[in-house]
Structures are given as structure tokens and as C-alpha cells.
Design a protein around this ligand. Structure first.
Ligand SMILES: Cc1cc2nc3c(=O)[nH]c(=O)nc-3n(C[C@H](O)[C@H](O)[C@H](O)COP(=O)(O)O)c2cc1C
Length: 252
């Protein structure tokens, strides 16, 4: 089945927005969320909750957990999408049903539900003229965020979305050629030559040259490995996250 053309056009021109006008109708955001809640979920269990933050005091508390990113600080509203087995487990217990959701698979299941509903909301909000930006910092500091948002056991914040009326003309970001991401029947391994070819356009962008120069690196890939997403950071945040997942009741 083909997509309605409007959605396809939206996707082909969309971009993350990090600067917003101060006003927003939270009631309308809730309406859009209600529609997004029709996203598919595992067994229709809807293993997610969304925390809406617009209170200045809460934003002050949360901002450092997002490393004070402008996209968080400037947003009139942020939505934190959480993997949530708490509500479902309670329902099971009150109905004399024994839940078996204290494990990693169940965490992944709820995390997938949360992401699917987040992206459904994201596209819907963008189709209505809102700008959005995901904040991956949520997983880095999940425990601190959970404390501030008072998340109980079996609830883990997965991703935060800042939302607002755009106040910038953001540049559209490049994408790898679609062909490079699609495999027919089985995975086709990437030869060095093919890697050269599919990353060429990205590497030749003026912004890429700028990042390499600014960071004193030889290649764009080094900007990722040595500056943006470093091994030591990934390992430290992984350990923190695993520890928190245990505390929240998953990984038993
Ligand atoms: C899981 C996830 C985490 C992200 N985290 C951040 C973030 O912490 N800060 C930010 O400015 N953008 C963040 N982004 C936005 C990406 O940088 C952006 O989607 C990507 O550069 C492509 O740009 P585009 O969305 O404008 O096409 C995140 C996006 C995703 C999907």
C-alpha cells in the first residue's frame, strides 16, 4: 500500500528544530498524544507513560540531566516517554494474574512501545507545524531523571522530545543513500570501496569539513569516535543504565 503523499513529503523535508517560540497549547499537545496512542504496541499492552513538563521549576531541575542543551532549555514543553510496566503489572496483580516482567526482554518490549509512540507523536506534531527534537540524554541520566519525575519501579525514561512552534530555519541534514541501507533477502556485507562510496557525500559536506577542522581530527569518523560518542563515555553510561535497570526491577 502506498503512503498518503502528504506524509511522504513531510518526511522528505523534515528536520529537527532546537529553537522555539515561547507559547504552546498543552491541551492541543494532549490531543495529539491521544492520537499517537493509537500507535501499535506489543500485545496492545501500551507499556509506556508520557511525562509532560512545562513548569519552569521542573525544567530547572531537569536541564542539567540533559547537559543544559539549548533544545531542552528553550522548549516551552518537553515530553519524556517512559517504558512503563508498572501500570500493567499492577493490573495483573489486582486481577489474580502473576506477572513475569522483571527481565530484560520485558524492558526492551516496553522501551520499544515507548519509542514507537514517541515517533508517532513526533511525526504528527511535525505535520501540524510544530518543531521537535529528541534528546538522547534521557538514557544517559535515566536515574536522575527518574528521581526528579518520581518514576516508580518498572518505569524507565527512554527518550525526551522537546516541542514548540519553530523559531529557526534549520538546515536539512543529509542521509546515506537509501540503497546503502536496504538489503534484499540477506545482509550484504560492505566492502571498503562501498563504504567509501556511500559516505562520500556526507564526508564532502562543508559542515563535515568544518567539524573535522574544529576538532583537530583527520576524518569525520574520528569526530564521532573521539569527540561525540566516545568509548569511555559509552561504557560509563552503559554501566549506569544497567545498574538503574536492575534497581527498577528489570534484569532479575
Ligand atoms: C534517539 C535520538 C537521540 C537524539 N539526541 C539528541 C540530542 O541529545 N540533542 C540534539 O540536539 N539532537 C538529538 N537528536 C536529533 C538528531 O541529532 C537528529 O535527528 C539527526 O542529527 C538528524 O537530523 P534531522 O532530525 O534534522 O534530520 C537525537 C535523535 C534521536 C533519534
Amino acid at each position: 500500500m502506498t503512503q498518503p503523499i502528504e506524509l511522504q513529503e513531510l518526511l522528505m523535508s523534515r528536520k529537527s528544530i532546537r529553537k522555539y517560540k515561547p507559547m504552546i497549547s498543552v491541551q492541543y499537545i494532549e490531543e495529539l498524544l491521544e492520537s499517537a496512542f493509537h500507535a501499535p504496541t506489543t500485545g496492545n499492552m501500551q507499556l509506556y507513560s508520557v511525562i509532560i513538563n512545562q513548569d519552569e521549576k521542573m525544567k530547572e531541575l531537569l536541564a542539567p540531566t540533559h547537559f543544559n542543551q539549548g533544545a531542552f532549555r528553550e522548549a516551552p514543553v518537553t515530553l519524556t516517554f517512559c517504558a512503563d510496566y508498572n501500570r500493567f503489572i499492577k493490573w495483573c496483580e489486582y486481577r489474580n494474574a502473576k506477572p513475569g516482567y522483571d527481565n530484560f526482554l520485558s524492558f526492551m518490549t516496553a522501551a520499544m512501545d515507548a519509542l514507537l509512540v514517541a515517533q508517532t507523536f513526533c511525526l504528527l506534531a511535525e505535520s501540524k507545524g510544530y518543531g521537535t527534537c529528541y534528546l538522547g540524554t534521557t538514557l544517559y541520566n535515566a536515574e536522575s531523571i527518574a528521581q526528579i519525575l518520581k518514576l516508580p519501579k518498572f518505569v524507565v525514561p527512554i527518550i525526551t522530545l522537546s516541542v514548540g512552534i519553530p523559531n529557526e530555519e534549520a538546515k536539512q541534514q543529509d542521509r546515506l543513500p537509501a540503497k546503502a541501507l536496504i538489503h534484499h533477502e540477506v545482509y550484504e556485507e560492505y566492502s571498503e570501496k562501498y563504504i567509501d562510496r556511500i559516505y562520500q557525500e556526507k564526508e564532502e559536506l562543508p559542515d563535515s569539513h568544518k567539524f573535522v577542522k574544529e576538532n583537530g581530527k583527520e576524518t569525520l569518523a574520528q569526530v564521532y569516535t573521539d569527540v561525540r560518542y566516545k568509548k569511555e563515555d559509552n561504557e560509563a553510561f552503559s554501566a549506569k543504565l544497567l545498574d538503574f535497570l536492575k534497581k527498577q526491577g528489570f534484569m532479575q
